[in-house]
Design a binder for this molecule. Structure first.
Ligand code: ADP
Length: 160
């Protein structure tokens, strides 16, 4: 039985995130999607809003659950008995940062392994930050995010 943790900001969730969640759910017995709550970071959506969106979007996967956490991710993993951290990697430029993060987490807890899943080529340009800008510019984001996220983004950024 291998429990995995998939941490991230998910501000907001994109089709790239959902793809990584779905693929992790097909590999591991259970996947805890853990939304980071970092008081030093500015998010567009509150932790509760991000939780509600991800909870709705992942209810089709029977072995996926969504959680909020404001401490070290390795501590979350240890608390729930998870042994794997999953991170999605888009471009090569993501890799340097992700590699360093995995070294840090390995140092914090050598029993927990980080596994990288390369993005599906369909989603490699998807970034939450770019999607927010595209929303403000009134671009079509319907292929980038689930429709409930599209509605929430328009509501938050354009007031409609
Ligand atoms: P963080 O702020 O921790 O990087 P994100 O919400 O940006 O959180 O990302 C959460 C996880 O999803 C990370 O592993 C990230 O690399 C991955 N991810 C984000 N967008 C994509 C995408 N389009 N394809 C594959 N993985 C992605």
């Amino acid at each position: 039985m291998i429990k995995a943790v998939l941490p991230g900001s998910f501000d907001p969730p994109t089709n790239g995130h959902i793809n990584i969640i779905e693929r992790a759910a097909a590999i591991f017995d259970t996947v805890d999607v853990v939304i980071s709550v970092n008081t030093n970071k500015k998010y567009l959506f509150s932790a509760e809003e991000r939780f509600e969106m991800l909870d709705e979007l992942t209810k089709v996967y029977h072995n996926v659950s969504v959680h909020l956490w404001n401490k070290l991710i390795v501590d979350y993993a240890k608390n729930v008995g998870a042994t794997v951290l999953v991170r999605g990697v888009r471009a090569f430029t993501d890799f340097g940062y992700e590699f360093e993060l995995s070294m840090l987490n390995k140092d914090l807890d050598p029993d927990i392994e980080t596994i990288f899943l390369p993005t599906d080529p369909k989603y490699f340009v998807l970034r939450s930050s770019a999607i927010k800008e595209l929303t403000i510019l009134n671009s079509d984001i319907s292929k980038m995010v689930p429709s409930l996220v599209e509605v929430a983004l328009r509501d938050k950024l354009l007031g409609s």
